[in-house]
Design a protein around this ligand. Sequence first.
Ligand code: C5P
Length: 287
Amino acid sequence: MSKKSVMPTWTWHSVWPAPAKLNLFLHVVGRRADGYHLLQTVFRFLDFGDSLRFRPLANGEICLRYPTPGVAPEEDITVRAARLLQSTTGCTQGVEIDLEKRVPMGGGLGGGSSDAATVLIALNHLWQLGLSREQLQALGLQLGADVPIFIFGDNAFAEGVGERLQAITLPASYYVVLQPPVHVPTPLIFRDPELCRNTPVLDPQHWQVGEGKNDLQPVATRLFPVIAEYLDYLQPFGAAMMTGSGACVFVPVADLNTAHGILRHQIPVEVNAWVAKGLAHHPLRDV
Ligand code: C5P
C-alpha cells in the first residue's frame, strides 16, 4: 500500500487585520428621508482589533470556521460581505473565513464593520477581482454605514451617514478604553425621541482635536446608566467620551506611561479596560 502524501492541498493565507476605531466626536446634524441620520464625526483607527485568515475554496462555498454563538452564519457580516462580492462580480470562487474576535460587539468600536471591510479588501485581492477602493467602499456601504471608512484607509472627517470621507492627520495619541458590561443596539439609540438631531454643522477644515461631543451619549447613558459610571472613572484624566453608539468610553492620553498609570492605579480591577494606540492609518491602506 502506498503511503498517502501529507502535502496540504490548501493553505491559509496570512493574517489580515481588522482594527477597531474610535469616534473622536459624533454630531447628529439631520435626518434623511429614509430615517438614517446625517452625521459629522472623526474616525480614528486603533492598534487593537480582530484578525482574519482566508482559505480560498474552488467550489464557491462561503463558510465561517468558528461561527459566533447565537448568530446564524448566513447573517454574519463577514459572510454577507463575501456573498455580496460574489454576487456583484459573478465570481465563482469561495472561501473559508477564520475570524479571531477581540473587539467587543455592541461596543461602538466598529468591530463588525471592520471585519466586513477586511473581507472585501482581502477577497478582492485573493480572488483577483481588481475592484477599486471606491468600488469596495460603495459595496461596504450596503453592509453598514461604518464599513466605508475601514476601506478608505485614512483617519477621516466623515459626513453624510459616514460615507463622505476626507482624510485627516491626527497627532500621536494613546487612549484608555473602558468596556461597560452592556451591549448597546445602535438602532435603539438612533430612534430615541430625545436624541438631539440638530447640532450645528461644523466646517471640517476648522475642526480641532478635542472639539465636539457625542450626541448619542446622553441617550445611551440614560438607557444604560452604567455607561455614565464608566465615564466618571475617566473624567478626572481628560475629556472622556463614548465612542459611536456605545457602550465603550475612552479618554485621550498623550503618553504611554501615563495611560498605563491610569489603567493600573485609577480604574477598578473588575473593569474591562485597556490602552490602545491611535494609528496614523489603517494597516491595509496600501494593500
Ligand atoms: O449602518 P448600521 O447597520 O451600523 O446602522 C444600524 C442602524 O442604526 C440603522 O438601521 C439605523 O436605524 C441606525 N443608523 C442611523 N443613522 C446612521 C447610522 C445608523 O439612523 N447614520
